[in-house]
Design a protein around this ligand. Structure first.
Ligand code: KG4
Ligand code: ZN
Length: 348
């Protein structure tokens, strides 16, 4: 079965065609970065307007690159939650209209579950796709979640950030120091020229809450205050060292919680998804940590290829296939949700 996926939850307009939840025929990603970087972050109204301008062209290209015509599509899967409401509405309305006009089923897909699914796509890994259950880690601009995943649609939250997400911390630090947008990629690049031990930023200890939770606002504030210290001493900003030290602290706090979660749940696989999963230092630190706690390489870590870490429609089409196969399609009355919601502890 060939599913056409649509992703428009934030600032990428993406359409993909994926066969049987595995094989990517096409995955077109039109990024709006050039329009948002002037403001140092995503401007929701600009995002919605760009989606509406681009979505038809991106869909046509996805169909053309897949060497198919629209009538070959068996179903249309669209991200409808969570994300920027105005952006989601564009993709959802377009996808519903497409499904209706083609007389094909429509599937509403959760973006977070989509990110985790990226490691199940064929090109995702040299190894076989991860088998359930596993520990899921979602690290993006909107979320920082440590998850227990027992099936493609059965995901519960073990820990999360109590304030900023990790991607937001990267973006805000970059914005404050005038480094550009999106911050994650830029900080990672600058870190390569810096010394990660140059500054010692605090690793937040969270009291009285869930032991798997993380916090990024204290780290972010410490990094921002460092600038005032530079200025007081009459020194110019020491950007590469600052980036490397911040990146190290941001990854360390997360890796510690992932390792704790692996030890306490006894799960032997960890699957990472979301934009920050593209960070090479995070990948390295997590793999080192796993090698340390995992006897006889008993724990496997799955990272999607870089293109499938950030927002893309292939992960939505791939996941949508499983719902379609089980006949779990949605009515055309389906709407969008800006935030995550739960039913009996499972992400809806
Ligand atoms: O998953 P994503 O594309 O969108 C959301 O669902 O939020 O993630 C975007 C986030 C941004 O905060 C961006 O700065 C971050 O992922 N990011 C990175 C890297 N590439 C993207 N953070 C650290 N290192 C990277 N290489
Ligand atoms: Zn995302």
């Amino acid at each position: 079965m060939k599913v056409l996926g649509i992703e428009s939850s934030c600032d990428e307009t993406s359409v993909a065609v994926v066969e049987d939840g595995k094989v990517i025929f096409s995955n077109i990603i039109a990024t709006q970065i050039a329009f948002h970087k002037l403001y140092g972050g995503v401007v929701p109204e600009i995002a919605s307007r760009k989606h509406i301008e681009w979505i038809t062209l991106v869909t046509k290209k996805a169909i053309k690159d897949a060497c198919l015509s629209l009538k070959d599509i068996d179903g249309v899967a669209v991200t409808n939650r969570p994300g920027l409401a105005g952006s989601l509405i564009v993709g959802l309305t377009y996808g519903k209209a497409l499904a209706y006009s083609l007389d094909r089923p429509f599937i509403a897909v959760n973006h977070i579950l989509g990110h985790l699914y990226a490691s199940h796509l064929n090109s995702a890994s040299k190894e076989l796709a991860p088998e359930y259950p596993y520990l899921g880690v979602l690290v993006s601009g909107g979320h920082t979640l440590i998850l227990v995943v027992t099936n493609y649609d059965k995901v519960s939250v073990l820990g999360s950030t109590i304030d900023d997400s990790i991607g937001e911390a990267f973006d805000k630090v970059a914005k404050y120091y005038g480094l550009g947008y999106p911050g994650g990629v830029i900080i990672e690049r600058l870190s390569k020229e810096g010394d990660k031990t140059a500054f010692s930023f605090p690793i937040a200890k969270i009291k009285g809450t869930n032991k798997f939770d993380v916090s990024y606002s204290g780290l972010k504030t410490a990094v921002l205050h460092q600038r005032l210290k530079f200025l007081r001493k009459g020194k110019v900003d020491d950007i590469p060292n600052l980036c490397a030290s911040f990146q190290e602290a941001a990854c360390k706090v997360l890796v510690e919680k992932i390792l704790l979660a692996l030890e306490e749940t006894g799960l032997n696989k960890v699957v990472i998804g979301g934009g920050v999963a593209a960070n090479s230092r995070l990948r390295e630190m997590l793999q080192e940590g796993i090698n340390r706690i995992s006897r006889n390489n008993a724990i496997t870590c799955y990272f999607p290829p870089l293109k499938l870490c950030t927002d893309n429609a292939a992960m939505i089409a791939g996941l949508g296939y499983h719902y379609l196969k089980e006949g779990r399609t949605n009515p055309l009355e389906e709407s969008v949700k800006a935030r995550i919601s739960y039913k009996d502890g499972i992400i809806e």
